[in-house]
Design a protein around this ligand. Structure first.
Ligand SMILES: *[C@@H]1O[C@H](CO)[C@@H](O)[C@H](O)[C@H]1NC(C)=O
Length: 340
């Protein structure tokens, strides 16, 4: 009897911890996986077309819950996972719909000047949000245009630093109008090509003027000539040097490409992410600062574009100064920033 009660209690704690993460911990009873799935569907407004699809999604949901549980209860890691709005997607489905950095078609890195090459002193921590250079977290939805969100966040940053004005800029303009280079809207693109577009278009309009739809659309040329921010060009951070990346991020928000392909990344919830991940770059995000935890773990502060329900209110801390020159998940491989 005692062991059965312990087991139930354990199950109750597990469910409570998941629900507490979701702010749903009010009514607690012994909940089966399918009831948990129902709750989750209601919370995220998920509707399935029929019972067959629902059963398939429940199976994936269950596998994800079990993965998250065993991760959180397994060997001590400096970060935690939690159920989020992506809990009924397999990792393959998730990657296909969200990650749109076209690393497979990447040309060799051009050699650009690096204006921060001689920077010697940088602050020990940086958080560009505190300097007013970061707009609220956005959500790309089921469109692989992370590259646009990454380039826009870096452009919003340099614009605030040079003009003092924080203006939310348009990703949709890039999705619809920027067909230069490798950029193909929801099918993926590159931040450097987006910077080229913004430069040659002589600016980018505001989010308000050209709002996000999450779908490929026809370029609204009238809106796209109504510029709110301008850049002179862009520079690449010398590859495979976290030191060089630090010099850049100390001075402005920087677009970075990462390998965000793992299930741990899909369900990251808090703490310093330490992998596992490879270096097959498939996602564009923005490094908006850096620091170290009280126990000395150094991290990059990274803005993602998956809404505030993912990670730490939409942000992730990724381990910094790792052994390999590429950086964790390849973060130091293809970083770049717009110039004013
Ligand atoms: C960095 O210093 C070197 C040597 O003084 C100089 O040639 C180079 O132009 C400097 N780079 C920048 C970006 O100022």
């Amino acid at each position: 009897m005692a062991s059965k009660h312990q087991c139930l209690l354990y199950l109750a704690f597990f469910i409570l911890s998941i629900w507490a993460n979701q702010g749903l911990g009010r009514k607690l009873h012994e909940t089966s996986m399918s009831e948990m799935h129902e709750q989750w569907m209601a919370q995220h407004g998920r509707v399935y077309k029929d019972a067959v699809e629902k059963a398939q999604r429940l199976k994936i949901f269950k596998e994800n819950v079990e993965f998250i549980e065993s991760f959180n209860n397994g060997a001590e890691k400096p970060y935690k996972l939690s159920i989020n709005e992506f809990a009924d997607l397999t990792n393959d489905e998730f990657r296909t719909s969200r990650n749109g950095f076209r690393a497979s078609v990447v040309r060799p890195m051009r050699t650009t000047p690096f204006m921060y090459e001689n920077v010697t002193a940088v602050p020990s921590t940086m958080d560009w949000r505190k300097k007013g250079a970061v707009t609220p977290i956005k959500n790309q939805g089921e469109c692989g245009c992370c590259w646009a969100f990454s380039a826009v966040a870096a452009t919003e940053g340099i614009t605030q630093l040079t003009t003092g004005k924080l203006i939310s800029l348009s990703e949709q303009e890039l999705v619809d109008c920027d067909t230069s280079g490798e950029d193909q809207g929801c099918e993926g693109g590159l931040m450097d090509d987006a910077f080229d577009f913004i430069q040659h278009n002589r600016g980018l309009t505001t989010e308000v003027n050209y709002p996000y739809t999450g779908e490929d659309g026809t370029c609204n040329t009238k809106k796209s000539t109504n510029h709110a921010a301008d850049i002179n060009g862009h520079e690449d951070v010398p590859a495979n040097s976290e030191k060089a990346l630090l010099n850049a991020v100390a001075n402005q928000p920087v677009s970075v490409a990462i390998d965000a392909s793992g299930s741990a990344f899909q369900f990251y919830s808090s703490g310093v992410f330490t992998g596992d991940c490879g270096t097959e770059l498939d996602h564009g995000v923005t490094a908006i600062g850096y620091g170290a935890t009280s126990d000395g773990t150094k991290y990059w502060l990274v803005k993602n574009s998956w809404g505030t329900g993912w990670g730490e209110e939409g942000y992730i801390m990724m381990q910094r100064d790792v052994d390999s020159p590429e950086g964790l998940c390849g973060i130091a491989m293809m970083a770049s920033y717009p110039t004013a």
